[in-house]
Design a protein. Structure first.
Length: 330
């Protein structure tokens, strides 16, 4: 990638709703149990947004926290990119709602949707604006109220997902002082809707009584296909972008999309990554799609897991199929 200006990470922030839903709570709704869920996914609990909360309100809190961390005023934000699969409304964009809530008066903004890969794709987009010199302060947000598209009668999917938000403020490296962007990528492969999709509610199949009766407004997932795709993609991305050009000694920590503990452990084993070089929080938050990478990144930062001068690798994968990464030096 040709950069005219180096890109850095000036601020990090996140938000999780207060309500905790445990596996035992889910076992009251569908035929499952804590042991099965922990064994197959590593998830013990997830957060569920309150009725009055939406992706915009959660994203706004995460954004405010990232600005506070950077010491930058909302009035100085130039651009807001909001990655979400669960926008507040079909339009206007959730980025506009966040702009209004945080008071980023001079900013422009738009949404990016690539499901679980959304934040990484938004980061890739945001970094171009900073690298070219078009904008100085770019807020990248990943926010999801997945509980609204979760089928609470489907034990195959409802055990996996949760609600959350995370944000990053990107600035030129000379102002950010950390998180130098080294490499990033965006990839997709269409024609794989059966792996992971919400079948209805768009222009192809608008929501009518029949669709609602068949529960087509909710997520559907071919769990085994996702599993194989995620393990092989994670492994390939880390080999190609970390191990080949740098090596494991230069790696500080991998902060992956929190897809599922078994997937992460399987990839970790194949790559012989020691425990201290991978950050997981899926046990407590489940898979929060576009919010997952910035939430984990912020927590890794606050828990001092990012190693000064070493690499932080963020690989993500999800519906589309889609996959991508960004690699920074902390
Ligand atoms: C969803 C997932 C946990 C299912 O685990 P699995 O080991 O593949 O389980 P299977 O789908 O093969 O089902 C095995 C059995 O468990 C049952 N089962 C499925 N969900 C269950 C649940 N929540 N509780 C108890 N039993 C369950 C199935 O009905 C099946 O029973 P059967 O053998 O009597 O037919 C697993 O496929 C997975 O982790 N996939 C990736 C999902 C993911 O990460 N999605 C996010 C993408 S970004």
């Amino acid at each position: 990638m040709t950069q005219t200006r180096k890109v850095g990470i000036a601020g990090l922030g996140s938000y999780v709703p207060e309500r905790v839903m445990t596996n035992d709570d889910i076992a009251q709704m569908v035929d499952t149990n804590d042991d099965w869920i922990v064994q197959r996914t590593g998830i013990r609990e997830r957060r569920i947004a309150a009725e009055h909360e939406d992706s915009g309100s959660m994203g706004s809190i995460a954004a405010q926290r990232a600005l506070e961390d950077a010491g930058v005023d909302a009035a100085d934000v130039d651009l807001i990119l909001c990655a979400t699969t669960t926008p507040d409304k079909p339009f206007p964009t959730t980025a506009c709602h966040i702009q209004e809530t945080i008071g980023a008066k001079k900013a422009g903004g738009f949404d990016i949707n690539s499901a679980c890969t959304g934040f990484v794709f938004a980061y890739n987009t945001a970094a171009q604006f900073v690298a070219t010199g078009a904008y100085h302060n770019v807020l990248v947000i990943g926010t999801e109220k997945l509980s609204t598209i979760t089928d609470w009668q489907d034990r195959n999917t409802c055990i996996i997902f949760g609600d959350a938000a995370g944000a990053m403020l990107l600035r030129p490296l000379e102002d950010a002082g950390r998180g130098e962007l080294l490499d990033m990528s965006i990839s997709t492969e269409g024609g794989q809707d059966d792996v992971l999709e919400v079948p209805a509610g768009g222009s192809r199949q608008p929501l009518g009584h029949e669709e609602i009766e068949q529960r087509l407004q909710y997520m559907r997932m071919g769990g085994n296909k996702v599993y194989k795709f995620a393990v092989s993609t994670f492994t390939r991305l880390v080999k190609k972008h970390v191990y080949a050009p740098y090596g494991i000694d230069d790696l500080g920590v991998i902060v992956p999309h929190q897809v599922n503990m078994r997937i992460l452990e399987s990839a970790q084993e194949r790559l012989a990554i020691p425990d201290e070089k991978i950050f997981n929080n899926i046990e407590y938050y489940g898979n929060t799609a576009a919010a997952s990478v910035p939430l984990a990144f912020d927590q890794a930062y606050r828990e001092d897991r990012l190693v000064k001068g070493k690499l932080v690798m963020c690989p993500a994968f999800g519906a589309g199929l889609s996959w991508g990464h960004f690699l920074v030096r902390w």
